[in-house]
Write a protein that binds this ligand. Sequence first.
Ligand SMILES: *[C@@H]1O[C@H](CO)[C@@H](O)[C@H](O)[C@H]1NC(C)=O
Ligand SMILES: *[C@@H]1O[C@H](CO)[C@@H](O)[C@H](O)[C@H]1NC(C)=O
Ligand SMILES: *[C@@H]1O[C@H](CO)[C@@H](O)[C@H](O)[C@H]1NC(C)=O
Ligand SMILES: *[C@@H]1O[C@H](CO)[C@@H](O)[C@H](O)[C@H]1NC(C)=O
Ligand SMILES: *[C@@H]1O[C@H](CO)[C@@H](O)[C@H](O)[C@H]1NC(C)=O
Ligand SMILES: *[C@@H]1O[C@H](CO)[C@@H](O)[C@H](O)[C@H]1NC(C)=O
Length: 822
Amino acid sequence: MNIMKIKLFWILTALQEVKGYSNETKCNVQNTIVDCCNLALTTIPSHLPVNATSLDLSKNSIKIVKGFAFQSLRYITDLDLERNLIQLIEINAFHGLHRLRSLNLNFNSITLFPDGMFDRLNGLQDLSIAGNTLQYFQDNKITEILNMLKILSLRKLSFDIYPDFKFPSQWGTLNKLINLGIFARSAKVQFNKEMFAHVNVLQIMSLYIDVVPFISEDFFEHFPKLDSITLAIGRDLPNNPIDQVFKSFGVFKGRNLTNIEIKSGRFDNGFTLNHKRMKYLWSICLKRLTLCNLYIKNIFIYAMQVFSVQSTCLEYLEISENTIMDQGGSFFTLIQNFENLKVFKFISNWRRSRSKRSQQSRLYTFKVLLPKTLEELYIEDNIASDMVNVEIINGLNLRVLSLRDNDIWSCEGTFAGVINVEYFDMSGWTCKKLSINLLYGFPNLKTLKASGSLLGHGFANTAKAGSFLSKNLRLQDINFSSNRINSIPNGLFLRQFEQLSAVNMSHNNITIFPKFHASIKALKMIDLTFNSITHFNNEDIEEIEKLGEVDIFLRGNPFQCSCKTLQFVKWLGQTNRVSDSLDLTCVTEQASRRFMSEVISNLKTFEISCKTKFWLPFAVSITSIILLAIIITVVFFRYKYAVEYFLLRFKMKMKNYKEFRQEYIYDAFISYSHTDLEWVKDFHDNLNSMGFELCLDAKDFIAGNGIAENVVNAIDSSRKVIFIITHNFLKSTWGSYEMEMTRMHAFQKGREDMVIVVLRDKIKVTDMPEIMKNMWIKITCIQWPNDDNLPYNTEEIFYEKTKMSLQKKDETTLLYSRNSVV
Ligand SMILES: *[C@@H]1O[C@H](CO)[C@@H](O)[C@H](O)[C@H]1NC(C)=O
Ligand SMILES: *[C@@H]1O[C@H](CO)[C@@H](O)[C@H](O)[C@H]1NC(C)=O
Ligand SMILES: *[C@@H]1O[C@H](CO)[C@@H](O)[C@H](O)[C@H]1NC(C)=O
Ligand SMILES: *[C@@H]1O[C@H](CO)[C@@H](O)[C@H](O)[C@H]1NC(C)=O
Ligand SMILES: *[C@@H]1O[C@H](CO)[C@@H](O)[C@H](O)[C@H]1NC(C)=O
Ligand SMILES: *[C@@H]1O[C@H](CO)[C@@H](O)[C@H](O)[C@H]1NC(C)=O
């Protein structure tokens, strides 16, 4: 049952993680370490891995720790609730945390602890309750807390003190306590012997004091075992206690100390690191000294030289975040005499206004004398200069050289004497000008950091830029991020970097995958995020596949999901080399942005749509052809007769018909419906007897010619065309064919008046065929006598009219009105 629950929970969290619905699932879980730091949580997440051993909930907005809040998390040893808004801790809040070793409640708004809060926390070793508003401390009743604690196991404690604080006599019961953090909550607190009215000495080894308004010369006498001191001086104090601080170290004369760190003392005038102050450190065998963020405005060389000669134990020296004036690299002279110095950090000590650019000659060689023992040198964010030829003397032990964030305006120079350096950082330089042999002096370089160094410009401006790394064949880790590199110089990575494992080319402007040497087998990570890659072509993909098990990061590139990049998208869908493939987006052909994973999951559809697109041109042409055919057909049927007529004429021309006949064979061609044959015969015979030669199809058509040809021929050979219009005629299609042909012919030949219509039946003009109506104005119309028009129209008159119409023009007298049909 339980296992089921757990499984279900994991599935649920996994699901939520993907969807990102809930803050708590954003907690970073690594093995049993759960990191929920800085997630804007307002309550303690409920579904956390039950086997978690470390839970970091710091920097959230939790106000209340409810009872039994952690009861399912029985394995927690470290619980961090620092910097929340906790006002209330309910009874039993920490119930069940039997294994708790470290509880951090620093910087909340707790005023009271519930009764019995610590009762079951028997194993607690590290308790931090500073930065709250606990009443016990304000009333100087720390004993109450100690009574509550009853924790003999406590090794580390951080708490607030107010003026007149005194270590209580019960302190002695905390005989394992060796690490103390004291947070002075008032500028009136004085660190002096009054604090030790009830206990004389403390067995503390490591002491952290936050805000030191005043410290007496003899304060540290009460800490015979002290080994490490960190003093955060504070700001807005009535007086700068820095002199007292240095003086208070006098008690350590002749003793061994591991660490002294003085930091965060911000006083407007700052102070000078001079002989008067430094002398208190001379005679301590001190291993580490850090002077950070103190507004040190000057270092007196003499004071430092004496210190460096005397402090034979010093291994680590850091002077950072001060306001020391640049003395042209003079800080090197500060350290050369140390006998055992291994690490020197000199970081961000600029005055606010930086000095002007110095003009240094390229030929200038800058010699630096280091302590022989020095292994790590960090001169960061201090120098403003052009690069020169640097020669380091006694640098054989140097492994780390970080010169990052200095204002190096040109990178034309070389290094000598650094052959064992494995880590070199030149990030933040301005390498528009670059010498190709800048790194030739580092044959053992393993890590090269050159982020934000404008190397892109340098490469573009330098001939043979591809050999920039040609002498650094032991490189393992290269960071060229943010360098405005548009294209990687030819051959830059085509060297035998057999141990190369990580390359960061993030935030550049490259478009294609870098080419690596075939001997590179250990490559684990290539970061190409935020470049200008739209896709990889097949060559790139092959290159990647050759590299073996490498994690490639590609977020933030303007990928395109189009049919052109289909191969690439397909590859993305199946490769396991791209680690952030879920974060990739792409722009489609419709210019919309989509998640690459969406496109990949719809790959089939995408592919089909691409194929469709491929076929589209063909489809389009086929469609066009069909459309054209339809149009032609329509046109053909619409203008069928015109076309046919044209073709016919053409054909006849080929057969050498005579185009114009001045003399017609027939006086008229009679077009009629065969159902009216009898009447037509009479009509024919009557006219024939009047002396007219008439063409009746059956009689006169030439055998062997097509009927259409015969018709045209007949029309052509006749002076007039007579249409015998009857109801039958109107019904027959052939009649309209002849009509069309006649019309064509008539207009072709300028014989518009060739048409005679004999209306045998009673038919209105409106009922006439369209063609007939169109040429009506040119038509001679003769009505066959019927009941209506008798006696004005008899057969006699009819034939008379017909006769006159058939006579040649000059013989014709217009006795009748045209278009006399009603
Ligand atoms: C999650 O975070 C949001 C703000 O990012 C906050 O408003 C909300 O209360 C948080 N949820 C929980 C359960 O803490
Ligand atoms: C913690 O529990 C989860 C599942 O309940 C399991 O996958 C994981 O391996 C466990 N971790 C350890 C270190 O036991
Ligand atoms: C200081 O440490 C050295 C070894 O580093 C040791 O020989 C010497 O006894 C120590 N001195 C004191 C006073 O503890
Ligand atoms: C590369 O340098 C950048 C900027 O300094 C840094 O954020 C990043 O972590 C570095 N990456 C590697 C792999 O060193
Ligand atoms: C590469 O450098 C960038 C900073 O430019 C950094 O954000 C990123 O985390 C680095 N990549 C890796 C894998 O460290
Ligand atoms: C990035 O590269 C392209 C050509 O690949 C170029 O047109 C563009 O100007 C470059 N952008 C920057 C900021 O250098």
